[in-house]
Design a protein around this ligand. Sequence first.
Ligand code: P53
Length: 476
Amino acid sequence: MSTFSKDFLWGGAVAAHQFEGGWQEDGKGISIADVMTSGNNKTNRKITDGVLPEENYPNHDAIDFYHHYKDDVKLFAELGLKAFRTSIAWTRIFPKGDEDEPNEAGLQFYDDLFDELLKYGIEPVVTLSHFEMPYYLVTEYGGWRNRKMIDFFTKFATVVFKRYKDKVKYWMTFNEINNQSAMLNDWSLFTNSGLVAQPDENIERSMYQASHYEVVASALAVQIGHQINAKFQIGGMFALGPAYPASPNPNDMMKALRSMQVNTWYADVQCKGKYPAWLRKYFERQQYDLDITLADLDVLKAGTVDYIGFSYYASHVVQAVTNEAADFTTRDDETEIPNPTLEASDWGWMIDPVGLRYVLNWLTERYDLPLFVVENGLGAFDEIENGQIHDDYRISYLKDHIEQMAKAVNIDGVNLMGYTPWGVIDLVSAGTGQMDKRYGMIYVDKNDAGEGSLRRLKKDSFTWFKKVISSNGDDL
Ligand code: P53
């Protein structure tokens, strides 16, 4: 008997803005991803004031899936994918975000894409908002600082739920909604919430206010979705790298605990329907006086998620400082403490397969909901040798992680729905804007400078993953 259930969702994951291209095609509006430049492992991406002629914006054309989708989906079918996780670019449906009527050409594109996937028996798994809100909502409304965003988002959700109710069953509301709280850097604030810090602003307060409106919008979407189709499975989506204490020093332990709490309070709200106690105390102590109404709290209770989708790439080490604040609240983990027991990727991400089993257990214990690993993978440089790409490093990363998932299922009794590794096809990195930070099993000929033929090429990991899927995870 197989470890994984017979309907286990083996798949691949991407996000619209990182692979579609066609940034102005068929009426699409400018999204927040369209004003982010390219960077690399040393230089951050810049967020520019609108689209500037002298800058390089890698998401504009990306890998041009918009015009290659039929051939690409054919490759996904050859790989044997059972599921394909993508997102709907909000700006294809509502180009500015506050229109009364949706853009039909944008809706048609996703109809065609979902039909193409279903033709091969590939189940679409769809994220509503994956770092791609309309830029107009940032410049005109201040992004998620504004309560009006709840209406714009639920309208968008309602339109796509209704349109695709017979084509899509698995949904997620906001991708990695928790990045902003765990990292509180410019990139997370912008990609999660469309926030650009103003000179006189307490940005932490704005982040919590924006986050609150997002969890309310998410809970409303869950309720609306279930009314449209009771069979919908609507999940939350969290980035989940566990925080390990740097030593057995109790202060380090406390720091690790608080760091996990800061990172995962969104999951508390979305899975349990209420704010955790430590955070309510934190708001009080900071005198944030947030706009959280009693009606909002009822919405949160009534709109809990059906499952937990999460990304897992790496674990982190945290350490208390000598004059640690009494609340141990962790902010800004930009300086990564290396873990001497692990190797790191070329981007400094700690490679930790056991950490995935740890997280699967941690989530099960805390929320007791079905789990779905909707992102996992190794960003690496690939070399073409005689027309082939021998990415054994990627195979071994994925194999080691699948082995740990199998232990979590077999030994620990975790309820696991599926596994969609990140970037089944090479795409633009979210964090750095690079093309040469590659995750795919399908290579795309395009580099950081934006040059290349866009030709697709199967890597060794393609053949390997095909075998994994056809053996339902038995043959690794
Ligand atoms: P990239 C960390 C930093 C940036 C994005 O990341 C992240 C994470 C992981 O927690 O999130 C996800 O492309 C995200 C994807 C992204 C993927 O990780 O920076 O959901 O959009 O591409 C990989 O290497």
